[in-house]
Ligand binder design. Structure first.
Ligand SMILES: NC(=O)c1ccc[n+]([C@@H]2O[C@H](COP(=O)([O-])OP(=O)(O)OC[C@H]3O[C@@H](n4cnc5c(N)ncnc54)[C@H](OP(=O)(O)O)[C@@H]3O)[C@@H](O)[C@H]2O)c1
Length: 324
């Protein structure tokens, strides 16, 4: 089966590409910058230059493929808005896929998207889900709650570097998942036709509150976190300010996402029906403890090596007897 993956350079998309190639699929990737995406080519994917916001590029990208996995979304620092990429771009992709008769279409939404009509990205995800449900496509919608990968910059690095970890008191627990596991569901959907015309929430093994994640990072790094508490009011104020200037609309829309995190309900779901549908064994899903343990042991080993090299250089500088 020939696949088109959109968003292949992204955090999740690259895991989808990797696994699709490992499973023996012929992988085509729609990329905006072939230079930036050169690693995908090295892995064995075929690159097609295009852009969701340039609909004329989509028809060519869809020729010779029978399935699409869409893992694209607006980059926070992009000049294109959430509306342009995640709505107008996706409408163009879905319409083009229908026009050429794509057999399978996998789309990534976000858990509980329908509950937040005032949060732009969530509302757009809900509208896209509805568009797919009304389309002629054999779609599967996957709705993760969040990625472990995002927790490195937010928690692990600040704890290691002794910088402030910003926490919101009111934040709910979130059942994050490793993107490698999320990618497994997308690839498995292709070989499980019974997952077509269905929507699945994807929750990790446990919903984690921010304080629990900090404690985990402290335990694994052996360092005490410097915690800074962020008042919700301040974030709402910052969002209003960012809405004021057109060039900070993406930032404002991201800040709106705070409302999802303080809704009072954990972002979590039962996976009882999901694992069997994709024939994925729950025991093989990576836990956050294991993911963080792996991260910290790799980074602490690296830091030890750097310290060792530094002390070796310093002692050879001090020594009057230079080794030849
Ligand atoms: N992050 C989360 O915690 C989370 C949670 C639930 C669901 N999701 C969903 O999971 C999916 C993947 O998210 P992610 O965090 O992995 O995304 P990401 O790392 O931000 O990557 C976004 C990808 O979309 C591509 N892209 C952006 N604008 C594009 C355009 N106009 N045309 C074509 N490609 C474009 C980017 O390409 P460039 O390299 O060219 O920029 C990149 O490959 C999204 O649908 C997201 O909504 C994410």
């Amino acid at each position: 089966m020939n696949l088109l993956i959109v968003g292949g350079t992204g955090t999740l998309g690259r895991q989808v590409v990797r696994q699709a190639l490992d499973e023996g699929y012929q992988v085509h990737c729609l990329v905006r910058s072939p230079r930036k995406a050169s690693f995908l080519k090295e892995w064995g994917a075929h690159l097609i230059q295009g852009d969701l916001c340039e609909p004329e590029t989509l028809k060519a990208a869809l020729s010779n493929v029978s399935a699409v996995i869409d893992a694209a979304t607006t980059r926070p620092n992009d000049t294109l808005s959430i509306r342009q990429v995640d709505w107008e771009g996706k409408v163009a992709l879905i319409q083009a896929a229908e026009a050429v008769g794509i057999e399978r279409f996998i789309f990534f939404s976000i858990m509980r998207a329908e509950k937040f009509p005032h949060v732009p990205l969530m509302d757009i995800k809900r509208c896209t889900e509805e568009l797919l449900q009304k389309s002629s496509l054999n779609y599967t919608i996957l709705r993760p709650a969040g990625f472990y990968q995002g927790l490195i910059g937010q928690y692990a690095i600040p704890v290691l570097e002794q910088h402030s970890v910003w926490l919101m008191n009111e934040a709910n627990a979130v059942a994050f998942m490793d993107t490698q596991d999320i990618a497994r569901f997308a690839i498995s959907a292709l070989s499980h036709p019974e997952t077509a015309m269905q929507t699945f929430d994807l929750a990790g093994p446990k919903a984690w509150s921010p304080d629990e994640i900090v404690k985990l990072c402290e335990r694994l790094s052996g360092k005490d976190a410097k915690i800074a508490r962020m008042p919700l009011k301040a974030l709402r104020g910052a969002r209003k300010l960012a809405r004021f200037f057109e060039w900070t609309w993406n930032v404002a829309d991201r800040l709106a996402f705070t409302e999802v995190l303080v809704s009072g309900q954990p972002l979590n779901a039962s996976m009882d029906q999901v694992y069997p549908a994709f024939e994925i064994d729950a025991k093989t899903i990576v836990t956050l403890e294991a993911y963080m343990q792996d991260y910290f042991s790799r980074i602490l080993k690296k830091l030890k090596e750097i310290d060792y090299q530094k002390s070796k250089r310093q002692s050879s500088k001090r020594s009057p007897f230079k080794s030849s």
